[in-house]
Design a protein around this ligand. Structure first.
Ligand code: C6P
Length: 400
């Protein structure tokens, strides 16, 4: 792979080479994904599932082909378990809303982990408020490792669902999802996994993990913004009421009553973002050509290199030092505000994210306002890490 696969990486920022280390926010898009999107609008654009004409039939076929591709990508048992959404946030809201309506009652409990993105907290809070249920929170250690004994102790006869992230977007921790699921299933409780930060970095097999729901965004795995996936195990998904009403999710409508469509269409009301879905298909092809194991190994080596180099800098504090991590490094430089660090890095061409990363409870846990976060992708190089470390060395005297 070269930069010609990712044209944007040739960008100059304030006369510096762009060093893009904000991949947990969104990855850049390979040329073939951009071309797939462009070609869709140049040659195929039409609404799907409804037109009686050539373009509509072609677009529908391509769209459904991507659904089967996603099924294989995460090893779902059936393509009807794959629901296209706008992203992880919409996927989790869909489950929290529908599951909440069907299964949450006054006095019930929802278990979430203490390292969730707001997208896997607030939808459950909303569902819990509607039902009169409460959230119970799995604590984590200073290193950023979930306390599984505490997790086991959280279960009660009122526990209805567990919602947990696969990989923390702030700490980088890779959580032991299969174990988390097994514990919940021992109590007869289903599990939703937020896979937003996992799918681009490691192979994901939903049947092996055993989870009941698995949610992710296309834009964090080299696909366009505007498309995401909600995987739901068919047996459970078929018991959930629709999330949104509208076209395509119905079989029959009168003013008195509506019968709903089969899975997965029941959960895809309205016109979907067809071009973005095709772009997701191209992104999966791209990742599979690189080899997801190869991407994971590459990022793991870089993470080790970056951790070693950053740890050697005077005054640095790392947040998230779990033994099993993905390519996310959160840190503070002395007492400097993360925003100041990020702004000065930007002037040297280094793009990082600063702030609470939509995980305010993590910041509260450590008693800090935010962190500086560097995050990796398949195109990240040692040169990028060196550029980050050199830039930090240059700005440190201004801030400390
Ligand atoms: N995290 C980050 O910079 P959406 O916005 O729907 O594509 O994804 C939401 C989301 C859910 N869960 C996790 C673990 C995430 O990391 C994210 C998005 C970005 O960390 C933007 S806040």
């Amino acid at each position: 792979m070269t930069n010609t696969d990712f044209p944007i990486l040739d960008t100059q920022v304030y006369n510096h080479r762009l060093v893009y280390l904000d991949n947990a926010a969104t990855t850049q898009k390979p040329r073939e994904v951009i071309e797939t999107l462009t070609n869709y609008y140049l040659t195929l654009n039409s609404n799907i599932h409804r037109g009686a004409h050539y373009l509509a039939a072609q677009a529908t076929e391509r769209y459904e082909e991507v659904r089967r591709k996603v099924q294989q990508f995460i090893n779902a048992a059936s393509s009807s378990e794959i629901v296209f959404t706008r992203g992880t946030t919409e996927s989790i809201n869909l489950v929290a809303s529908s599951f909440g309506q069907a299964f949450l009652h006054s006095g019930d409990e929802v278990i979430v982990s203490g390292m969730e993105h707001h997208s896997n907290i607030v939808p459950w809070q909303l569902a819990a408020q509607r039902a009169g249920a409460t959230l119970r929170v799995i604590p984590f250690s200073d290193q950023g490792v979930l306390d599984l004994d505490a997790y086991r102790a959280l279960f009660s006869s009122r526990t209805r669902i567990v919602a947990c992230t696969h990989v923390s977007n702030t700490l980088g921790t890779v959580n032991p999802v299969a174990e988390i699921v097994a514990v919940a299933h021992d109590h007869g409780v289903p599990v939703l996994i937020d896979g937003a930060q996992a799918v681009a970095h490691m192979p994901v097999d939903v049947q092996h993990l055993g989870c009941d729901f698995y949610c992710f965004s296309g834009h964090k795995m080299y696909a366009p913004m505007g498309v995401g996936v909600m995987y739901g195990r068919e047996e459970l998904l078929s018991q959930l009421p629709p999330y949104q009403g509208g076209g395509e999710m119905i079989k029959d409508v009168t003013f008195e009553r509506t019968t709903y469509n089969d899975l997965p269409f029941r959960f895809e009301a309205g016109t979907p973002s067809v071009g973005d879905v095709l772009g997701l298909g191209a992104a999966i092809d791209f990742m599979q050509r690189q080899g997801i194991d190869n991407i994971g190994r590459h990022e793991e080596q870089l993470l080790r290199y970056a951790t070693d180099r950053l740890s050697a800098l005077p005054g640095i504090r790392l947040f998230g030092t779990a033994p099993h991590k993905a390519g996310v490094i959160s840190f503070l430089l002395g007492d400097a505000h993360p925003y100041d660090v990020g702004t000065l890095l930007d002037k040297l061409g280094v793009a990082v994210r600063t702030g609470h990363h939509c995980t305010q409870p993590i910041m509260d846990r450590y008693g800090i306002p935010g962190t500086v976060r560097a995050s990796l992708a398949c195109y990240t190089t040692r040169d990028d890490i060196d550029a980050l470390v050199d830039a930090l060395g240059r700005i440190a005297p201004m801030l400390m």
